[in-house]
Design a protein around this ligand. Structure first.
Ligand code: AP5
Length: 230
């Protein structure tokens, strides 16, 4: 599965729930990069400035990261990608990577612009356990992480000016992916401007429908094969 949507749409929130519900890994390229920055690895050193400015890390680096991650055994039953692909070049690369592994289910989460800005200005993350705390949890008023008691901070790229740039970059480089996937009918759109539970319910319905359509298509192909053999 691929979760598409602008900054603040709730991709991470929903990817986490999907991963738990289906027992498959959530692969967040943003989380992978933030960890590399925190650990000051070579990747982190190369990505830090781009991320801080709200730009995109190069396709070559991102494709390498995802290629390595999807080669691991825990993705055999499926995976949820959060934040990748983000350009048409990444989407084309992903197609090659998953060839023969069944069609991707792509979910686009749509949220009005003013709500995205509101969510990102209120988001806090725990410096100790990484938990994300939002408006709905009273992030701005909380002094400590409700999960582990660690200190809460704003994500450095949630600065209003950087948010504006991230939204611009989304519009320019990632929005074209919606057309890319719509042309092959693997795209499902959900309304992300409702409670996280309601969004999760909509996504679950979409995933079930996509899985059923896939089973039907496989059964039809099987029937066709048997008829031809007769
Ligand atoms: P990344 O971490 O992917 O950031 P993003 O796409 O900007 O998305 P966010 O994490 O800000 O938002 P989200 O949609 O996940 O929302 P969330 O669930 O957190 O990438 C960061 C950077 O890394 C990029 O800018 C780029 O530099 C680089 N990068 C990453 N991948 C890359 C790639 N493939 N290629 C190149 N560069 C790459 O929710 C947001 C807030 O809203 C939270 O507070 C949450 O609690 C709240 N919330 C969630 N759902 C709801 C709801 N339904 N109602 C109310 N509040 C909600």
């Amino acid at each position: 599965m691929v979760i598409l949507g602008p900054p603040g749409a709730g991709k991470g929130t929903q990817a986490e729930r999907l991963a738990r519900a289906y027992g498959i890994p959530k692969i967040s390229t943003g989380d992978i990069l933030r960890e590399a920055v925190a650990l000051e690895t070579e990747l982190g050193r190369r990505a830090r400035a781009t991320m801080a400015a709200g730009g995109l890390v190069s396709d070559t680096i991102m494709n390498g990261i995802v290629s390595e991650r999807l080669a691991r055994a825990d993705t055999a039953r499926g995976f949820v990608l959060d934040g990748y692909p983000r350009t048409v070049a990444q989407a084309e690369f992903l197609d090659e990577l998953v060839a023969g592994r069944g069609p991707l289910i792509v979910v686009e989460i749509r949220v009005p612009l003013e709500e995205l800005v509101r969510r990102l200005s209120g988001r806090r993350v725990c410096g100790a356990c990484g938990a994300v705390v939002g408006h709905l949890d009273g992030a701005e008023a909380l002094a400590a992480c409700p999960r582990c008691g660690g200190g809460l901070v704003a994500r450095s790229d949630d600065d209003p000016e950087v948010v504006r740039e991230r939204l611009r970059v989304y519009e320019r480089d990632t929005q074209p992916l919606v057309e890319f996937y719509r042309r092959r009918s693997t795209l499902f759109v959900v309304d992300g401007h409702q409670s996280p539970d309601r969004v999760a319910e909509q996504i679950a319905r979409v995933v079930t429908a996509a899985a059923e359509a896939r089973r039907d298509a496989a059964a039809t192909a099987d029937l066709g094969g048997r008829t031809e053999r007769r």
